[in-house]
Design a binder for this molecule. Structure first.
Ligand code: ADP
Ligand code: ASP
Ligand code: MG
Length: 461
């Protein structure tokens, strides 16, 4: 049985420059007695830049792709120089250089072919976490922490659904035990890149945007960690996105279910899949601020204490399309819904909110390029319309089904807003509706003012 450990995941801004990485070293040093395993994201904005390079190369624009790659090289070299000092940097230089040679060769190859596949997209995107994990390991070693780089692609095994691969837990857990376990036992700090993984054949995959949180949970569950800490750039999970509403307040404790619902409906602070492995092993998850490490953050646990406020938080998810499917002659005949959902399944498009009438069904999906093909497919069954630039707003709280008048209260606050769809009661903990995307800031601010003016001090800080 391996010794107890914790997982500490640091997001893009937490490793965004030399100063931030030094803060990471300090925070990790303070946790050494708990045997931390560190998971890092790519430096802030790097994944976006890599994807931009990949697209440029895919369209045959080799020059842009290589210029962007050179900028990335500069940024990593400069950060490494600041962190390591001249002597160590000289040693490390070749290691980073080899990665950049490989990236540039890959970009040249993509632009020669002029085609970008999901598989090569993942290969390009993986450099962000490969580079940041090397950099953070070197910085830790230079600052007195006995750190060892572990390539996540040797540990986390997935299927081959490139760009959104699913982990294969049995194989992953076995590899984590054999590769990471001994390091923990030797008092070393394993450092791994989040987001990246590989298939059984060793082909690089990624587990979806924002997926480093999920990586941390996969590692935490596989290693039986005592807790999983998600270190980010805000004080914890807040009553709403603080960028949208400066009055947002920190939630001290929230349940796995509530946190998952918020994450799924747009609270980007946590990747929605993160809580699944944690729930299975009942491992508490904490959200903490690497710029304010003494703040106690948010604790996500199986069962949240009772809250006097109706709601814990408001989330909003933009870039939503409503698909209206109307069947005037068939009415909602037996089998009609089945054939609609089969069409969504064929195009691998997930549905978030559904509402039905006798003759029609409205469904929301994340806006993406497969929608025209889906609509063409559905047109064989019925009349189809689709409408983009919508947003889902989701209010989360305990036992909402049991509270009389809750919907009247919410929609009373929004009596002048066009509400396109409503869903309540599908789960006990959420009330969801769909509005025009440009209304999100004002709707969230108004609801926040109405429902979070007075806060239960047991739950909110
Ligand atoms: P990281 O790079 O550390 O993974 P992210 O950018 O993915 O960080 O997530 C943190 C951001 O999530 C915050 O800066 C904030 O703007 C946004 N956010 C959205 N909803 C919430 C919320 N309810 N609580 C806290 N942050 C939120
Ligand atoms: N770097 C990846 C992304 O930007 C994964 C992450 O940061 O969680 O999506
Ligand atoms: Mg994130």
């Amino acid at each position: 049985m391996a010794r107890s450990c914790i997982v500490m995941k640091f997001g893009g801004t937490s490793v965004g420059d030399a100063k931030a990485i030094l803060r990471v070293c300090d925070v990790v040093r303070g946790r050494l007695p708990l045997h931390p395993i560190v998971v890092v994201s790519a430096m802030a904005k790097v994944t976006d830049q890599l994807l931009q390079m990949a697209r440029a190369a895919g369209s045959g624009d080799r020059k842009t792709a290589l210029t962007l790659a050179r900028e990335l090289r500069e940024r990593h070299y400069n950060t490494a120089g600041e962190l390591l000092g001249t002597a160590l940097f000289t040693q490390f230089h070749g290691d980073l250089g080899a990665e950049f040679e490989e990236l540039e060769e890959l970009l040249r190859g993509i632009s020669a072919v002029g085609e970008l596949t999901p598989r090569t997209t993942d290969h390009v995107a993986s450099f962000g976490e490969v580079l940041s994990s090397k950099l953070v390991t070197a910085a830790m070693s230079a600052h007195g922490i006995e750190a060892s780089l572990v390539d996540s692609r040797d540990c986390i095994v997935t299927d081959n659904a490139f760009t959104r691969a699913t982990p294969l837990f049995d194989d992953t857990n076995a590899r984590l035990t054999s590769l990471v376990g001994p390091l923990v036992d030797q008092d070393r700090v394993p450092v791994m890149g989040g987001f990246i993984a590989s298939t059984h054949k060793g082909i690089t995959t990624t587990i979806g945007r924002g997926g480093s949180d999920f990586s941390a949970a996969i590692v935490g569950a596989g290693m039986g960690a005592d807790k999983i800490e998600i270190w980010t750039d805000v004080d914890g999970m807040m009553t709403t996105d603080p960028n949208l509403c400066p009055d947002a307040r920190r939630i001290k404790t929230i349940s796995f279910d509530e946190a998952a619902e918020l994450a799924y409906f747009g609270a980007k602070v946590l990747h929605p899949a993160t809580v699944l492995p944690a729930i299975q092993k009942n491992i508490p998850v904490y959200i903490l601020n690497s710029r304010n490490p003494t703040c106690e953050g948010t604790r996500i646990v199986a069962r949240a204490p009772h809250c006097k406020n109706f709601f814990k938080a408001i989330a909003a998810k933009k870039r939503i399309t409503i698909v209206d499917v109307a069947a005037p002659r068939m009415l909602l005949a037996h089998g009609f819904l089945k054939s609609i959902f089969e069409a969504f399944d064929r195009h691998r498009i997930a549905v978030d909110v559904v509402s039905t009438s006798e003759v029609s069904v409205s469904l929301t999906v994340d806006s993406n390029e497969s929608i025209p093909a889906l609509a063409a497919d559905l047109e064989r069954l019925a009349d189809v319309k689709y409408e983009g630039r919508k947003a889902i707003v989701c209010l989360v709280g305990e036992n909402l089904r049991e509270i009389p008048g809750i919907a009247a209260h919410v929609f009373g606050e929004l009596s002048d807003v066009k509400i396109r769809m409503i869903s309540q009661g599908a789960s006990e903990i959420n009330l969801t509706f769909v509005i025009d995307e440009d209304q999100v800031p004002s709707v969230v601010q108004r609801l926040h003012k109405a429902f979070f003016a007075e806060l239960d001090p047991e739950i909110f800080a």
